[in-house]
Write a protein that binds this ligand. Structure first.
Ligand code: ADP
Ligand code: MG
Length: 478
């Protein structure tokens, strides 16, 4: 690897979460019986007229604005002509050459700090149907449910230099489309698909090498594996005197290798021309501004703000911004308590664990939110110790929204600050352990932990550990 540099450009197709297709009212829902959502428009029958789904345009603009792209105000759809069995019209309607979003970038957090990945464009197009080769031994079956589903295709500049960075980039794209609710990001259902273009060159060489393209990678791990394999393979090829030819390849997940599907001729002849059935469309400044105004705060904005305003670590903010639902819940908590760090710890600890265990989402625990705030405040005020709070009171509050202080009082869980009761427990513990006391007095100071633990047990967790330690030290030194 030493003298070579890998160059990677990604093309990511994201299925937009609209109810209906890009140019007709057919449903886009995943998992329907084959060919259930196929009107004459999807089938490309003569005499039918497509009509553009404005929601899809809005979603594409949303994604473009979130990535800092320029939004093109004059737009049209073109026909990209080619024959494919699952493309019934004989052309795909696309904006490939005149994208709605131009430029922009997405920031990834790598082990070596932040990197900005430049985008070339994001354009709208319709998906093709699906050819199924593995059901019948002799026939290819065609399911056209997916034909006409709206896609955005996001294309990066050739500016990624490792499989790891490509992995982080796709992870970030998936997070962003989910955050904006423009695509569900489910790679296993094909809602997000990636083609990786890979070349190598000598370090410092300004010219790009010949690329290979690995098509239709359907998991983020496979994207990484395919790129790792390709970089190795291309270097081997050059080192053993071979030449790289421009190729389209596919990934074999059974052994983490890639194989050639076809040698790619350079100039494709798709004979693009504006679709005469679809009027060009103009996006007004007001329309674009209204979408911008409705955009939610983005993960990177929240992370930066929370570091400053709440003093949270990079790790905490990163974790809290994994999903929008989680970030929104945290925002609601911070509107009700000033114990920001405690709220973050509770979210990333007990709350996450509870939701995972019960397979629930944040919307399911909205009702417990004010009681959670009360719970954090009790712990921060020293009235409940954390382990009692997280093991007992928390569960009660989650299972049935109720006041944690009332629950704790009713179950004798309130931590006692009373020196008197703590002193009594201490006396009991010390008189039950005379040898340990002698050892402590000879210098085995670590035994203090044992005594604190015993007092804690006697008090059923209600003795404030700090206070206990303090009183114990006094007692033992007298
Ligand atoms: P096409 O549409 O024919 O696949 P594009 O020029 O639109 O080609 O490029 C597609 C992707 O390939 C882009 O992400 C681009 O950055 C990337 N790419 C282009 N040339 C190279 C190269 N030599 N090495 C790596 N990636 C490349
Ligand atoms: Mg391509």
């Amino acid at each position: 690897m030493g003298k070579y540099e890998a160059v990677i450009g990604l093309e990511i197709h994201a299925q937009l979460s609209t109810e209906s297709k890009l140019f007709c009212g057919d449903a886009t829902r995943f998992g329907a019986a084959p060919n259930a959502h196929v009107s004459p428009i999807t089938l490309g029958h003569p005499g039918t007229l497509p009509k553009t789904n404005t929601k899809a345009i809005e979603y594409a603009i949303k994604m473009g604005l979130a990535c800092g792209c320029n939004i093109a105000q004059e737009n049209y759809f073109a026909r990209k002509n080619y024959f494919y069995p699952d493309l019934p019209k004989g052309y795909q309607i696309s904006q490939h050459t005149t994208p709605i979003c131009v430029g922009g970038n997405i920031v990834i957090n790598t082990a070596n700090g932040e990197k900005s990945i430049q985008l070339n464009r994001i354009h709208l197009e319709e998906d093709a149907g699906k050819s199924i080769h593995d059901i019948s031994p002799i026939n290819t079956l065609i399911d056209l449910n997916r034909a006409g589903t709206p896609l955005i295709e996001l294309v990066t500049e050739p500016c990624i230099h490792s499989a790891e960075d490509a992995f982080l980039f796709v992870t970030e794209v998936r997070k962003l489309v989910r955050w904006l609710a423009v695509c569900d990001g489910n790679m296993e259902e094909g809602s997000l698909r990636c083609d990786a273009n890979i070349s190598i060159r000598l370090k410092g060489d300004p010219v790009l090498g010949t690329r290979v393209e690995v098509k239709n990678l359907n998991s983020i791990r496979n994207i990484k594996k395919a790129i790792e394999f390709e970089i190795e393979r291309l270097i081997q090829l050059i080192e053993t005197g071979g030449t790289i030819i421009q190729q389209t390849r596919s990934f074999d997940a059974s052994n983490d290798t890639t194989f050639s599907i076809r040698d790619k001729e350079d100039a494709n002849d798709y004979r693009y021309f504006p679709d005469p059935d679809l009027a060009p469309f103009h996006l007004t400044d007001e329309y674009i501004a209204s979408i911008k105004a409705a955009l939610p705060s983005l993960p990177n904005e929240l992370k930066a703000a929370w570091k400053v305003a709440f003093g949270l670590s990079a790790y905490d903010t990163e974790q809290l911004c994994e999903h929008k639902g989680e970030a929104d819940f945290f925002i609601k908590l911070t509107q009700q308590t000033k114990h920001y760090k405690a709220a973050a710890n509770w979210m990333l600890g007990p709350i996450r664990a509870y939701l995972n265990e019960k397979a629930l989402g944040y919307s399911d625990i909205e009702g417990s939110l004010p009681y959670l705030v009360e719970l954090f405040n009790l712990v921060e005020a020293g009235q409940l110790n954390f382990s009692v709070a997280s093991n007992k009171v928390f569960k009660a509050v989650m299972e049935q929204p109720q006041s944690p202080s009332e629950y704790a009082k009713a179950n004798n869980l309130i931590q006692t600050q009373s020196s008197e009761s703590i002193a009594n427990w201490i006396d009991e513990v010390l008189s039950a352990n005379p040898e340990k006391v002698a050892e402590y007095k000879k210098g085995k100071r670590g035994l203090i932990g044992l005594f604190v633990g015993e007092v804690k047990k006697k008090s059923k967790g209600t003795a404030d550990p700090q206070k206990t330690t303090q009183l114990l030290e006094q007692k033992l030194s007298s």
